[in-house]
Ligand binder design. Structure first.
Ligand SMILES: Nc1ncnc2c1ncn2[C@@H]1O[C@H](COP(=O)(O)OP(=O)(O)OP(=O)(O)O)[C@@H](O)[C@H]1O
Length: 191
């Protein structure tokens, strides 16, 4: 019996969420569905509207907040990010059902916990803040300011993750090991 309980993955920017989820989606193309988030930030090179994010203008986003359209929303690094209720529910209805995967921040995790989505929670941790800084620098997507902002937020998130909010904490030191742990948790028999 397949469980369609949503999987919520959070962790600092640069912890490797996208890298691991990309592997998971490639290995199990029909089993999982990414609920597409809304954001007011500008697209990065290669990002496609409706695929990576629903890129949304600020007034539209604010209207959606007013209408309670979001499971969670947050504002960080000067932009709004949110997951709409509709985008999650869409995945578990209809003919080709998928297990929803939500890639959201810690503030969002707490909000999802208040809904009836009955999700399972994973925290992906970098091996250290220094390693995280190096990975983000190497990725080449950040300005010195946005890098520092992400590092500051990451430090806070690592502290928060020690409070037992998640079902599992996976440390992404060795990528293959982290991926194995991720699969073991997701495909657990009694989930
Ligand atoms: N285990 C690992 N060892 C070394 N490098 C890694 C590892 N996992 C991921 N990376 C690299 O670290 C960088 C950050 O990873 P990724 O973009 O997946 O992070 P993220 O958590 O999705 O960040 P964001 O939330 O900002 O999108 C990438 O360049 C990726 O290739």
């Amino acid at each position: 019996m397949v469980s369609y309980r949503p999987i919520v993955i959070s962790g600092p920017s640069g912890a490797g969420k996208s890298t691991l989820l990309k592997k998971l989606f490639a290995d199990f193309p029909n089993q999982f569905g990414f609920s597409v988030s809304n954001t007011t930030r500008k697209p990065r090179e290669g990002e496609v509207d409706g695929v990576h994010y629903n890129f949304t203008e600020v007034p539209v986003f604010q209207k959606m907040i007013e209408n309670n359209d979001f499971v969670e929303w947050a504002q960080f690094s000067g932009n709004y990010y949110g997951t709409s209720v509709a985008s999650v529910k869409k995945l578990t209805t209809g003919e080709s059902k998928r297990i929803p995967i939500l890639d959201i921040d810690l503030q969002g995790v707490l909000s999802v916990k208040k809904t009836d989505l009955d999700a399972r929670y994973i925290f992906l941790s970098p091996p250290s803040i220094e390693e995280l800084r190096q990975r983000l620098e190497k990725r080449g997507t950040e300005t010195p300011e946005s890098l520092q902002k992400r590092i500051d937020t990451a430090s806070k998130e690592l502290e928060e993750s020690k409070k037992g909010i998640h079902d599992i904490i996976i440390v992404n030191d060795d990528l293959d090991k982290a991926y194995k742990e991720l699969k073991e948790f997701i495909f657990k028999e009694d989930a």
